[in-house]
Every structure is written in C-alpha cells, then in structure tokens.
Ligand binder design. Sequence first.
Ligand code: UDP
Ligand code: MG
Length: 238
Amino acid sequence: MANSRRQAPNPYVFFGLFVLSSGLFYLVAKRTTHNTFLSSQANPKNLLSPQQPAFDKDKITVIYVLGGPGVGKGTQCSKLVEKFEFCHLSAGDLLRAEQDREGSQFGDLIKTCILEGTIVPMEVTIKLLENAMRAELARRNTGAWSDGKGRFLIDGFPRQMDQAQEFDKTVCPATHVIFYTAPEDVMVARLLERGKTSGRADDNVESIKKRLATYHDKTMPVVQYYELSNKVSKVRHL
Ligand code: UDP
Ligand code: MG
C-alpha cells in the first residue's frame, strides 16, 4: 500500500509544471511579438508599403553618365548642358566639396577613398546627390516656372551595383545611361596631362591604376546591368 502511494503520479506536480511552462511560453511569445512590432514601428514605411523614391519619375529625368577615369565624362557633360537644358551633377565634385567642407564628418573618409581609387560608402554619395537635386529643383522651380520638373546628368555615378539599385529605389529611377569609352592608354595619358594642373590628389600613376581596377571590377557590371534593359548609349570618345 505504502509502495503504490509512492509510485502514483502526483497531479499537483503536473499541474504546477503545466502552469510554469504556459507562463514561460506566454512571456517568450509576448517578448518576440513586442520586438517585431517595435522594429516595424521604428520604420513604418517597411510595414505599410515599399519605400517610395524621393522624386517623381514622371517629372524628374535622371541620366547616368559612366565611363572610365579620364574618359571625358565631365567635358562631355558640359557640352550636353550647353545644348540641352540639363543640370550636371558630378558625384566626384560633390564628394571633393564635402571633403573640403569645414566640419564634415566624412572629410577623412572621402580623402582616403579618392586617393586609393575606392568607392565612398553609398549613403554619403547618395545623400549628396539627393541634396544637390533638391537644391537645383528649388532654384529652378520658382514663380511661374514651378512645374516641379528637372533633368539631371549624374556624372561618375553609380560606380557599383548596390549604389545603382539604392539610388533607383530611394531617389529616382534612371531613364538612361550614357557610357563613354576610350582606349586605356588614352585615358591614362589624359589623366597624367590633367594632373599637371588639376591639383587632384588622384591624378597620379599609383591612384590611376587603382581607379582603373575599380572601374573594371565594380563599374562595368553596372553598365552591363543597364544594357540588359537597353538603357545604354555607348559613345566612343577618343
Ligand atoms: N567617387 C566615389 N563615388 C562616386 C563617385 C566618385 O566614391 O559615386 C570617388 C572615387 O574614389 C573616385 C573619385 O571619387 O575614384 C573621383 O571620381 P571622379 O568621378 O571625379 O573621377 P573619375 O575617376 O571618373 O575621373
Ligand atoms: Mg570627372
């Protein structure tokens, strides 16, 4: 009799365990749901709809101007601006201006990237381009001319695939790409010639080699990507 009582399962123990595990499950579940909700709350756009570009693509025309270093993107853009009503924004010029801006937290980072021919983190470049576009639109769209329209030649950007996708998604999708090409020895000769007077830290043999490597490895895939959707006009600039 005493033996059978010892072996009999105690219903209170089971009940206790059940209450304890239910309580734990509830706490874990509540914590998980709370965190998920908080993170979607922190970025409500993610919860409600996919991110919208900052500019309306029906009003804003964006043309990327790509090509190797020294191919003549800047020179050609100036000619296009003269002939057609475009605003020319050079990503490299915007970065150099930010580098020189007193108090910029990105100055040193930009300086190193330019010297090494590497690519500045895209958040910096995309923000600079977006700000410059806003400034141009504000300047242009005043009084009777406020139709909200604008046309931009974006020179030297996007330099790698993730930049292209991020800009298209968050700022404005590009309508077209102008891609300038020239033999490499021509580009190098131009850069070295320019280096005599440009004052640019990267117009020297060492930096040019690195810039060319970045162009082949990182920028060419961008051109190939847009070629797939027939958005590229290739121009030989000898
Ligand atoms: N750069 C960058 N992101 C850009 C454009 C330029 O990081 O979107 C940096 C990069 O280090 C590049 C340098 O700025 O080598 C100079 O760019 P620029 O377009 O002025 O010169 P390019 O080499 O095309 O003649
Ligand atoms: Mg340039």
